[in-house]
Design a protein around this ligand. Sequence first.
Ligand code: THU
Length: 139
Amino acid sequence: MSETIRTERLAALYADAVSAAENSYSPYSKFRVGAALLLTNGQVVTGTNVENVSYGLSICSERSAIARAVAEHGPGMRIAAIAIANLNGAASTPCGACRQVIAEFADADTPVLFPAADGVRTFALDQIFPLAFEADLKK
Ligand code: THU
């Protein structure tokens, strides 16, 4: 069970995601996305989407933030909250691939913020990613 994070802290994390989207490399979709992770150690790590002319090689903001967080904080890093934002004024939930990767480093009740049709919403990870694939393969 994760610790409850104050609403103001989550709002600041969302603002960090908006700032991260400014660096988006998205010349093909022009969809500028940013993600901000609040780690359990209190640090914030951001990421943005990085596209490629070979479209399938593009990486979403969430996964770029997670790769950066592991690089900077090591394999034990854990996500206390994640915010995703875009500069396109679009409602946008994290894609399925990103939900699986978030689940690797987060708990069922970890807050996930994103812009929905009615404004920024916060869901527990297991609300948007129920029945996650989990296998005990870390031997
Ligand atoms: N994208 C993200 O960065 N995160 C998401 O959760 C959904 C999609 C990116 C991938 C691609 O660069 C662009 O948005 C359009 O799909």
